[in-house]
Design a protein around this ligand. Sequence first.
Ligand code: SAH
Length: 421
Amino acid sequence: MNVYDGWRIAAMLNAHGLHQTTDVADADIIILNTCAVRAKATDKVYSALGRIRLAKKPNALMGIVGCVARESGADAFKRVPDLNFVLGPQSYHKLPEILNDPDTRLFNIELSGLEKFDEMPKLEKSPLVTYVPIQEGCNHCCTYCIVPYTRGREISRSFADCVRDTEMAAKTGAVEICFLGQNVNGYKYTDENGKIYRLSDLIRAAAKIDTVKRIRFTSSYPTEMTDDLIEMFAQEPKLLPFLNMPIQSGSPDVLKRMNRPYDLEQYLGIVKKLKAARPDIQISSDFIVGFPGETDDDFEQTLQIARTVKYINSYSFKYSPRPHTSAAIMQDQIPENIKSKRLAILDAELNEIQRAFNESCVGKTLPCLCEGVDKTGRHLVYRTPYMQQCIVACPAGDAPQICNIEITAANKASLRGKITD
Ligand code: SAH
């Protein structure tokens, strides 16, 4: 979502006559679009600001937007007195105001809802893979998570707006559509006539567009995988056979304390239904290790579930206490050294599973999407339907956007292959 918001912020400032630079010393305005999900992300913002202050032109404007702005609030100005603006994730569209009056301080961390979607310009040219935000915020209130505080309660955009943005993205160059939301599969919009639209309706609408070849969505909450959505994996070949469905922990006790009220049986039941709908589907997960009170036995259950589901690509994190969350004040916080040890063990396990899956792809032919040229300029980088990177030698003529690739080699991180058509 931050990548997408970054594009829109750049497009908005373009309309005000500015263009993008990656050189801090050259910039007239420096914007840090931030994530607050773990303390490390927030710390990085403040240390980056320290470096930027020294490198920027004296009159360049500098500020933070996004979740750290909302997390820190007016304290951000105390920590970094020369900040010019602090705008929360739902106030990006107010950014140009600072250009009108560079001597004021712009501050807005309100959760105003959907205003920004309409006020920010649409992209004139869409990347091959384009994000379409359909929902923002989250009502789940997992006890570790700052997102409900920073992004607010769940709101779904209107079905008509989402379809219009999807069509616009396709018309301006998108081949793959990724529907976005913090709780994307909770998407629910009721129109004036009382008709309810779900994510499955949006997938169906996107699949009807000829030039849209691949569809996916992120990120999902396990128990919001309703049957209509699971059915889409059987009905819509354009929906990629890959789903990020974070379990977070394999221990029922820890899940309870995380306020993720599903049990393993329920979770595995959803995986089973997904496999029945689309036998080649693969799942990835997010994991948190070292949640308050996590015992060795709890952690062992997390390893166990990873082996059972065989997640092909996962994100794993050490639990990080966050302000405005109830887990931060729970008893039995786990010492850092134990968190690190558990993370290393889990990562080794997940890497092995990922390597085994990648190796199992060798000899198969997969339809892939071209993402561009690699650093050497001699290879093309493609994405498989499972989001694996696949490197192929540059063909003599134009590189096909979408083509079948025979996988010839694999390691943990990527695949190699050759274009077969
Ligand atoms: N559904 C959310 C997930 C947000 S964060 C969204 O897309 O916005 C992504 C992942 O970060 C979570 O799935 C979780 O595994 C991890 N995470 C969230 N809060 C965390 C915390 N306090 N400490 C460590 N990891 C955390």
